[in-house]
Unconditional design. Structure first.
Length: 414
C-alpha cells in the first residue's frame, strides 16, 4: 500500500463511461489513479446515449456538466404507431427542465467520452493492458505479469465483468437474457433535402424504433425486437424489401438488412435513416441483466461500478447515468480514507448501502418498461396504445412525476 505521505493509489479496471468518471472523480479527490484498459484505444461502444438531469448533476461534480449541456437541442418527444399515427406528443425538454432543473440531453457516446478524457490525468490511462486477476486486498495483476498494489480497485469492466465473476463467484451472478435484442446507429449530418426529423419512439407488436435528433444535424436511432438470443441474421434485399432498395445487387446486408427487414412496413423516416449509414455502422446486442441483484458492490478494497455491478435494460436510458452516479458517490465516500484499510472498508460499505438499493430499483423499473415495449398480444398492445393516447391528452406530466425518484437524485456533499 502507499505510504510515507504519498497519495493513496487507485486502479480502475476498464475505460468506459463509468471507469473514466471514476478516474476523474478519484483524481479530483486527491488519489493517484491508473486506468487499465485492454483495448488499444478508447473507442465508445454504442452510438448514442441520453444524459438525464441526475447524470448531469453527477457530471457537475467533475466540472463537465455545462460542457455537455451545450449539446442540448430542443426536443418534442412523441410516441407513434407503426403506421405513423401519433399517440402522444410533448415538448419534453421544457417539461423535464421545468420539473427537474435540466433537460434530457441526447448525444453521441463519443462526445461524453471525449469530455471525460479531459478530466483524466495525463499518463493515467494504460491502453492494451488486460487485467488478469484482482484480489480483495488490492493486488492487481496484468497480462504482462505486472503486479500493482492498490489502496482501492474499481472494477468498471462491463456487463461481462471478469472481476465480478472471480470475486463474487459464491453468489453465482449469472447473466440472464432479457428477451429482446437491440440495434443502434448514428447518422452523419442529414442532407438538406431530408428536412427536420422529429424525436419519437414508435411501438408496435413485440418491437420498437426510436429516432433522436442530436446537435449538428445527426440522428441517433435505436430499435428493439423480441427475439431468441443470438438469432442469426437472415436479411437480404430480396426478403421483403422494395425493389431498388439500398444497396443494389441482392447482397446480404448483415444487421442493416435485418433492421430494414424487421421494420420494413413501418412509417418513414425509419428506413430512410437506416439506409443513410454503412452496414458496418449498425450495432446489434442481445440485452441481458443479472438474474438477481448482488448482495454487495464491494469486497475488501474492491468496488464494482456500472454494468459490472448492475447491468440493466436500456429502456429508461439510465445505464450511463447510473454508472456516472456510482463513480461520483464512490469518489466522495473514499475521499478521506487514504490508504487505511479499515477506512476504505467503511467507505465501501457505505457505497454499497447507498448504491445497491437505488440501482436495484432502477434495474427493476427499466425491466418493466422493456417488457411493456415488446408486448405482442393484440389486447395488451391496444391497451398500451390507448393509455398512451389518454396520457398525452389529459395528463402529459404524470409520467414525469413517476420519474422523480430517478431524476431528482443529487450527489452527496463533497
Amino acid at each position: 500500500m502507499t505510504g510515507n505521505g504519498a497519495p493513496p493509489r487507485a486502479v480502475v479496471v476498464g475505460a468506459g463511461i463509468g471507469g473514466l468518471t471514476a478516474a476523474a472523480s478519484l483524481s479530483a479527490a486527491g488519489w493517484q489513479v491508473t486506468v487499465f484498459e485492454r483495448a488499444g484505444s478508447v473507442e465508445p461502444v454504442g452510438a448514442g446515449l441520453a444524459l438525464a438531469p441526475n447524470g448531469l448533476r453527477a457530471l457537475d461534480a467533475i466540472g463537465i456538466g455545462d460542457v455537455l449541456r451545450g449539446h442540448a437541442v430542443p426536443q418534442a418527444m412523441g410516441m407513434r404507431r407503426p403506421d405513423g399515427r401519433w399517440l402522444l406528443r410533448a415538448t419534453t425538454a421544457t417539461m423535464v427542465a421545468d420539473r427537474f432543473g435540466d433537460p434530457i440531453i441526447l448525444m453521441a457516446r463519443a462526445t461524453l467520452i471525449e469530455a471525460l478524457l479531459t478530466r483524466v490525468p495525463d499518463g493515467a490511462l494504460r491502453l492494451s493492458t488486460e487485467v488478469t486477476s484482482v484480489s480483495p486486498d488490492g493486488m492487481v495483476v496484468t497480462g504482462a505479469g505486472e503486479e500493482v498494489r492498490a489502496d482501492l480497485v474499481v472494477a468498471a469492466d462491463g456487463i461481462g465483468s471478469a472481476v465480478r465473476s472471480a470475486l463474487w463467484a459464491a453468489e453465482q451472478p449469472r447473466l440472464k437474457y432479457a428477451g429482446f435484442t437491440t440495434w443502434r446507429l448514428l447518422t452523419g449530418p442529414l442532407p438538406a433535402e431530408a428536412g427536420p426529423v422529429q424525436m419519437a419512439e414508435t411501438w408496435g407488436r413485440g418491437k420498437l424504433f426510436g429516432v433522436m435528433p442530436l446537435a449538428g444535424g445527426r440522428v441517433y436511432c435505436y430499435a428493439a425486437a423480441e427475439a431468441e438470443p443470438g438469432a442469426p441474421v437472415s436479411a437480404r434485399i430480396a426478403d421483403g424489401l422494395e425493389p431498388g432498395s439500398y444497396p443494389p445487387g441482392g447482397q446480404a446486408l448483415g444487421e442493416q438488412g435485418e433492421l430494414l427487414r424487421v421494420f420494413r412496413h413501418w412509417h418513414e423516416p425509419i428506413s430512410f435513416l437506416v439506409q443513410l449509414v454503412s452496414p458496418a455502422a449498425v450495432l446489434r446486442h442481445d440485452v441481458a441483466e443479472l438474474a438477481a441483484p448482488l448482495r454487495s458492490f464491494h469486497q475488501g478494497r474492491v468496488a464494482l461500478l456500472g454494468d459490472a455491478a448492475h447491468p440493466m435494460t436500456p429502456n429508461l436510458g439510465q445505464g450511463a447515468c447510473q454508472a456516472i452516479e456510482d463513480a461520483v458517490v464512490l469518489a466522495r465516500l473514499v475521499a478521506g480514507s487514504g490508504n487505511d484499510a479499515a477506512s476504505v472498508g467503511r467507505a465501501l460499505a457505505t457505497y454499497t448501502a447507498q448504491r445497491l438499493p437505488r440501482t436495484t430499483q432502477v434495474v427493476r423499473w427499466s425491466r418493466r418498461m422493456g417488457a411493456m415495449s415488446t408486448w405482442k398480444a393484440p389486447v395488451a398492445v391496444a391497451f398500451r396504445d390507448q393509455l398512451a393516447a389518454v396520457m398525452g391528452k389529459v395528463a402529459p406530466a404524470a409520467a414525469l412525476r413517476g420519474l422523480a425518484p430517478i431524476y431528482d437524485w443529487r450527489p452527496p456533499a463533497a
